[in-house]
Write a protein that binds this ligand. Sequence first.
Ligand code: PEP
Length: 250
Amino acid sequence: MKKNIIIANWKMSLTDLEAIELSKKLVKKLKKQNEVDVAICPSHTALDRVASEIKRSEIKLGAQNCFWEDTGSFTGAISPKVLNELNCSYVIIGHSERREHLNETDGMVNKKVKAALANNLIPIICVGETFSERQEGHKDFKIMEQVSKAIKDVELNNKEIIIAYEPVWVIGSGQAVEPVEAEHTMQVIRQVIIDNFSPEIFDTQVRLIYGGSIDKDNILEFVNQPSIEGALVGGASLDVDKFVPIIDAK
Ligand code: PEP
């Protein structure tokens, strides 16, 4: 039985000291619970110290990006092998902000997914349409294309992946999409996963989560949808009093 997962994406919003403080508060405030998995993704520079803060808690560590090679002449890149050494369990791949500002392509996303899995990291693969793609009626096609390119020739063996559906135009807007619409998109993603892997693999090794203006007031409407198994949370994960109620929502 897969558990729901709530993942905090702290982006570049905090200094390392602020990330450490927030981790301490989260460890204190988060009730012992094993119904939901929780992961936090601080900046790379804070990973080591945040790892020390959460090591006795149930909170898992994630990174916000990785490169597709383990070592080599790649100035400024972050090795997935090092993320594993730093006790990361997860890595966000292909976030729309990286696709937009750093020209990250579906091909790069695919290589990063393979590198993450090879280093025992669970990739959180972000997909989502822009507002104009939606207005032009291409939303489902865009999602199918991004997912199938991200998982092309991926050997899952017994490993897990997470697909985060994040409509680009609602990220940080304070206005999420309708939960039923997110559910429809999850069905589209599910079909791509089944076509590329199998229904069994979908049922046991793939989690589908939603991201985009999640808060304590709307989380339940999303996770109560049949196919939504958690959330990727940006803005509301930066304040312990906004993030903990999202995790505790019942
Ligand atoms: C995100 O950028 O991954 C995200 C979900 O942001 P927000 O919750 O702020 O919309």
